[in-house]
Design a protein around this ligand. Structure first.
Ligand code: NDP
Length: 264
């Protein structure tokens, strides 16, 4: 029987997950289809998932926390992140995972060993990244524009600052997990703070993909090795795909999914 998968979001029209996941399904000759599902009310996510007979789903903005609240069982680091991006149906139960966190770790592997990270931003993505790094015993400091999203990091014993009270150290990797640079040309924090940090750093990673953001441009000017968020998007998708299809991804599958992601 053909299986159905979906991505839930609001908005969801821009999502590249269907082209990436369908390329993967095609590559392994899996009888299934992955579609976009616009969802208004995040509290209905489990009900809608079951009613549509989905075998698996991804969840994007703004429903990741609702998806966490509504799942029957949460597995892995998602229990601490308290937000999930993947649902699978297992024996009639909705099982939830967060693949953004391991996807990020996989994406920064190409930098080699990293010990001390400055993470710009404190939104949903920052929570997943901070706990992913902590799980690998990598030192992480969060720096955010405002104070109001910092409680989560305090509760999880992660160093945190706002722009107002920041006391910089030396970091080998700087990560932009803010939305600054996505649809505008802003830096994720004031240039006078950022430039000094980048001068002493080796690597810069931006969660935004498909463009050189002002953050990556400044990092490059300061001789950092830079990387955008494409691999993070790819690897969260690959890990979700493994759960969806109960299979192990090999290099040829990963490349097929990357090609799918890049299709216009
Ligand atoms: P959230 O809305 O949860 O958080 C946004 C964060 O950005 C907040 O900390 C906010 O600070 C900060 N921010 C927004 N605008 C500015 C600005 N002009 N200057 C400085 N800080 C700013 O977003 P998400 O965590 O969901 O997503 C963050 C980014 O990560 C997005 O660009 C998204 O596209 C990208 N992303 C990439 C993924 C990938 O796979 N590559 C996966 C998921 C997300 P404040 O608290 O002060 O408002």
């Amino acid at each position: 029987m053909s299986q159905k998968f979906a991505i839930f979001g609001n908005p969801v029209a821009h999502s590249k997950s269907p082209q990436m996941q369908n390329a993967g399904l095609k590559h392994i000759n899996y009888d299934g289809i992955y579609e976009k599902h616009h969802l208004e009310n995040g509290n209905e996510i489990k009900e809608v998932f079951l009613k549509n007979n989905y075998k698996g789903a991804n969840i994007t903005v703004p429903h990741k926390e609702f998806a966490y609240e509504n799942a029957d069982e949460i597995r892995g680091l998602a229990k601490e992140i308290k937000a999930v991006n993947t649902y699978i149906l297992e024996d009639g139960k909705v099982i939830a995972y967060n693949t953004d966190a391991p996807g990020f770790l996989k994406a920064i592997e190409s930098f080699g060993e990293v010990k001390n990270v400055l993470l710009l931003g404190a939104g949903g993505t920052a929570k997943a990244i901070a706990l992913a790094l902590k799980s690998k015993d990598i030192n992480v400091t969060v720096l955010n524009r405002s104070e109001n999203k910092l409680d989560f990091f305090k509760e999880n014993e992660i160093n945190y600052f706002s722009w107002e009270n920041f006391k910089p150290e030396i970091y080998d990797l700087v990560v932009n997990s803010t939305s600054a640079g996505l649809k505008d040309e802003y830096l994720p924090c004031p240039k006078e703070i950022l430039e000094n940090i980048l001068k002493n750093a080796s690597f810069a990673f931006d969660c935004i993909y498909g463009k050189i953001t002002p953050f990556l441009a400044l990092a490059r000017e300061n001789n950092c090795e830079i990387k955008d968020g494409e691999d993070m998007l790819l690897f969260q998708g690959v890990l979700a795909f493994e759960y969806f299809t109960n299979s192990k991804a090999d290099e040829s599958l990963i490349e097929a999914m990357r090609k799918g992601l890049k299709e216009e």
